[in-house]
Design a protein around this ligand. Structure first.
Ligand SMILES: Cc1cc2nc3c(=O)[nH]c(=O)nc-3n(C[C@H](O)[C@H](O)[C@H](O)COP(=O)(O)O)c2cc1C
Length: 189
């Protein structure tokens, strides 16, 4: 079993990345292979609604940015997708939504390629906006026939400067528990 963890922050070594690394540790302790994918430095353009992916049915997006197809194929090969985003003005980052819109549209247009996978959102903010962003990510996962792993709280944490999120003890514990739940769900597949 393999889990892909996508970090939708443009910031290297930021808070979202730290939480995903923590989730990775727990998943690995449970003998799940992991791969952390950083959207930092990647050029993934927005969906242009050309509908080509629905006409050709070749699992390809018409936009020729290699980064999308590399990440998309890794998601397709994985059994679980953990998607982490910081909150930017109350929403997920552009990097996150560009990836998810194209991933969702190509998947749905080619026979629902995400069906049956386990999913989990992870959201970080300095102060507020977690819930809306969390909902954005859950709406994506549940519309794509995925089973969402919860925790003892929503999978959110607080932090502003890089690394600060690790001081949010409840947030850290929540993410740890979520990773255990992902492992449990994967063990049932
Ligand atoms: C453009 C921008 C918009 C932001 N908007 C919010 C916001 O709406 N609410 C909030 O609490 N924090 C906001 N923040 C702070 C980030 O969510 C916070 O610093 C977070 O830890 C960044 O995660 P990262 O280190 O993974 O990049 C914003 C930061 C940036 C750069």
């Amino acid at each position: 079993m393999k889990a892909v963890l996508v970090c939708g922050s443009p910031r290297l070594n930021g808070n979202t990345q730290k939480l995903l690394e923590l989730a990775e540790e727990v998943l690995q302790e449970n003998n799940i292979d992991t791969e952390l994918i950083l959207l930092h430095g990647k050029d993934i353009k927005p969906c242009i609604a050309c509908n080509r992916c629905r006409e050709t049915k070749d699992r390809m997006c018409s936009i020729k940015d290699d980064d999308f197809h590399t990440v998309f194929n890794k998601i397709l090969e994985a059994d679980a997708l953990v998607i982490g985003s910081p909150v930017y003005f109350g929403s997920a980052t552009s990097q996150t939504t560009c990836l998810l819109h194209r991933t969702g549209y190509v998947s749905r247009g080619n026979g629902r390629l995400l069906s049956g996978k386990v999913g989990a959102p992870i959201v970080v903010a300095r102060r507020a906006g977690h819930n809306f962003t969390y909902a954005q990510l859950v709406l994506f996962l549940t519309m794509n026939d995925m089973t969402v792993a919860g925790s003892t709280y929503w999978n959110i944490a607080f932090g502003k400067n890089p690394g600060e999120v690790m001081d949010d003890e409840e947030g850290v514990e929540t993410i740890r528990r979520c990773a255990q739940n992902i492992s449990m769900l994967l063990s049932k597949k």
